[in-house]
Design a protein around this ligand. Structure first.
Ligand code: APR
Length: 334
């Protein structure tokens, strides 16, 4: 999964580079800046003193010293006033400049805090959206693993409206784990013994009505594997393989495994990530999941949140992951 949102203390992250939300002096401060300097030791401050400060929106790199990370990329976020002083452009620049520096130093893994969302007062959900948008754009063109590190859950929230919308959708659709199979299967149109018999009887009848060649094509699709359906859908959507797996937030290695093994069985989050990337309808998603041996269930919040986004036609996998993270669910992707 090239972009992951994790809860952690960034000073503990074993990555090639961690990003520091610094101030223009680069001489340390509170918040994540203070934590990084404390964990790195005095040598970090000594190197920072040689840099001559850093302009807001820009970034500079130093060693990591006693940190598990090899480098620290210091960037200075904007102080948020009213959102009309160019704050968003400056914050975007922090992420772009930091990613460019990480790339120039051949970093394969980078961890960001939510820049400007603490002392500098940038609204958390807007700060997160900027981070996700800029990082995901970068990852469409570059191979890197990027973490957005949320230090405290309270510091992390998706927009109130979205959160309450999803919570309401869960309430409307969530069924207790112990719902009687028969009742749930009727609601979910899952086959019961009686309905299977009826379906087979109808199938014979409707076989006569569908022209042979259409039926062959339809039956072929029933037999195709997950991998075959995935590749067929990529072609039908006119996407390249890379566009598909990057939009699914899946790394290239996993995609190559699926492409080369016609019987490959992906995990459920991976199968759903591809359905989202291909912007499949709910029925097509169910069909693709079935080929991997899964189904969307109303006794599973993760599935209901996925169903919520597909039913709204919102296929932005990073927004979906933000929502899954807010509801303490595992994230989409590999
Ligand atoms: N790991 C990860 N994230 C952290 C950590 C940590 N150890 N400590 C704090 N954070 C989070 C905060 O919860 C917040 O969401 O980092 C985000 C940025 O908050 P600040 O550190 O306050 O940074 P910022 O809002 O950009 O303000 C920068 O604060 O510390 C001073 O010297 C710094 O003057 C500069 C200003």
């Amino acid at each position: 999964m090239p972009l992951e949102i994790v809860r952690n203390d960034i000073t503990k992250m074993t990555v090639d580079a961690i990003v520091n939300a610094a101030n223009e002096s680069l001489l340390g401060g509170g918040g994540v800046d203070g934590a990084i300097h404390y964990a790195a030791g005095l040598e970090l401050l000594a190197e920072c003193k040689t840099l001559g400060g850093c302009k807001t929106g820009k970034a500079k790199i130093t060693g990591g010293y006693q940190l598990p990370a090899k480098y620290v990329i210091h960037t200075v976020g904007p102080i948020y006033k009213d959102g009309k002083q160019g704050e968003k452009a400056l914050l975007e620049s922090c992420y772009r400049e930091s990613l460019a520096l990480a790339k120039a130093h051949n970093c394969e893994t980078v961890a960001f805090p939510l820049i400007s969302s603490g002392v500098y007062g940038y609204p958390k959900d807007q700060a997160l959206k900027v981070a996700i948008d800029i990082i995901s754009d970068f990852l469409l063109e570059n191979e890197m693993k990027v973490y957005i590190v949320i230090f405290d859950k309270a510091a992390y929230k998706i927009s109130e409206k979205l959160f309450s919308d999803i919570a309401e959708y869960i309430d409307d659709n969530y069924v207790d784990e112990h719902t009687d199979y028969h009742r749930e299967s009727m609601r979910m149109n899952m086959p019961t013994q009686a309905s299977i018999g009826m379906f087979e009887a109808n199938l014979c009848e409707c076989k006569a009505m569908i022209p042979e060649e259409d039926l062959d094509a339809k039956l072929k699709q029933i037999d195709e594997s997950f991998s075959q359906m995935l590749l067929r859908k990529i072609d039908e959507k006119g996407m390249t393989d890379a566009e598909c797996y990057k939009k699914a937030n899946i790394d290239r290695k996993l995609f190559s495994k699926i492409r080369s093994d016609v019987h490959y069985k992906p995990s459920k989050p991976t199968a759903i990530a591809f359905a989202i990337s291909l912007e499949l309808s709910l029925d097509e998603t169910e069909d693709m999941l079935k080929k991997a041996g899964f189904a969307l269930s109303h006794s599973n919040k993760f599935d209901i949140i996925i169903e919520y986004f597909i039913s709204k036609g919102n296929y932005n996998i990073f927004e979906i992951n933000e929502a899954l993270f807010a509801f303490d669910q595992s994230l989409l992707g590999a």
